[in-house]
Design a protein around this ligand. Sequence first.
Ligand SMILES: [Zn+2]
Length: 138
Amino acid sequence: MGFVCSHYFDEPCIYCCISCKSHLSRNDDLKSKSFKGKFGDAFLFDQVVNVKKAEPVLKNMITGQYLVQDITCAQCGSDVGWTYVKSLEEAEKYKEGMYILEVEKICLSKRDGFMRDSSVKESTRGVQSVWTFSRERL
Ligand SMILES: [Zn+2]
């Protein structure tokens, strides 16, 4: 918990920080594209590397209350998403330990260069989690 690892993936399809191109996650770790973040569409990942976690805060989202930690790129400090520490809703427990990356803040690294994930627009149906901007310090 809380360590910053400098991880480099050697795979054909990697999600990177859009600002500094640090590797953040892999296509293999992508669980869902139907989430909403602070800046628009967001993806749910099993595992994210090269990020720093902020203090846990309780947040109200459309599906309930969660204890989350904002995550920032360990290299450039860009706000890339958050991680679910704890869900107060029984049905949403599966999200615990998972990560949200904001589509606005990431890009796809492929063998032939960097690009935006163009599959986003078709996948915004069934949005599960909407940010309501209410923050309470624990
Ligand atoms: Zn970065």
